[in-house]
Design a protein around this ligand. Sequence first.
Ligand SMILES: NC(=O)c1ccc[n+]([C@@H]2O[C@H](COP(=O)([O-])OP(=O)(O)OC[C@H]3O[C@@H](n4cnc5c(N)ncnc54)[C@H](OP(=O)(O)O)[C@@H]3O)[C@@H](O)[C@H]2O)c1
Length: 300
Amino acid sequence: MRIAITGSTGLVGTALIPALQNDGHQVVRLVRSSGNAPEGDIARWQPDSGTIDLAALGAVDAVIHLAGENVAGGRWTKARKQRIAHSRGPATERLCQTLAGLQTPPKILISASATGIYGDRDNEELHEASALDSRDDFLATVAKQWELGTEPLANSNTRIVHLRIGIVLDRSGGALARMLLPFRLGIGGRLGSGNHWVSWITLHDLVRAMQYILKDASLHGPVLAVAPTPVSNREFTRTLGKVLRRPTILPMPRFALRLLFGEFANVLLASQRARPHRLLEAGFEFDHANLEYALRASLE
Ligand SMILES: NC(=O)c1ccc[n+]([C@@H]2O[C@H](COP(=O)([O-])OP(=O)(O)OC[C@H]3O[C@@H](n4cnc5c(N)ncnc54)[C@H](OP(=O)(O)O)[C@@H]3O)[C@@H](O)[C@H]2O)c1
């Protein structure tokens, strides 16, 4: 297949591209006009207008849409929240308008979404058919708009997958990489009460899940990309300490999190106990279903 990827320079895209190329696919990166152009097969696109250099894009069989302002990249100022929101719902809608207007729209669109779409749900077991949070949680609202952004392709033959991704574990970036320093210094600890659920997936399994979804036509609509074994933040903390052979006795109280991170603290404290029903039903097997094993593999 010829596969176009947005957000290709991020944590996920960087791991996904060589895996797809290994499978024999041809990858074209959709590169934002303002950014530096990476080497290789690229087509410029403008998230603000949805414009794509169609000549460079050529005919594509699949689009994997990963682009979005990093939600953990700094304190949530008003401007940052705007960038987080605008780079998801509206940018996705414009991209999909352009794709819908192509002579041959792609056969499949995998569009990133996040478990944050469920909001803060205590001990409730969540899956793809669970009701979405109706409260006014910033990330849940953003994620809902993000998924609605694919609407322009709804009447095409494109198979649309909204990949609700949990916390991606890898040493090279994302949440785990940020946790390593404090944990290695022995000042890592549970967040708040530590009772909230963490839905995680290794980068390795996330890439494998995307490869699986490309091939399995039964998968469409919301698909959770999380390991089948969510854990409490307390358990996550204990396991990471064990793997790094460091103590984890210093909890970070809620008020300190709010002082340090402002509104972003809500994301660190939100509880999502999600299970990947659709992937499991479709026969996908996780290589890393056990957290301790997953952390050891991710930190190798
Ligand atoms: N990592 C996680 O734990 C996690 C969890 C849940 C959901 N997700 C979602 O999965 C997607 C991929 O995750 P990731 O970890 O690879 O993200 P990432 O490392 O933050 O990369 C996202 C990419 O999006 C592009 N981008 C950045 N700011 C942008 C903006 N303002 N407008 C448009 N594009 C922008 C950049 O690529 P270019 O410069 O190449 O355009 C960037 O490399 C993201 O949408 C993320 O929200 C990730």
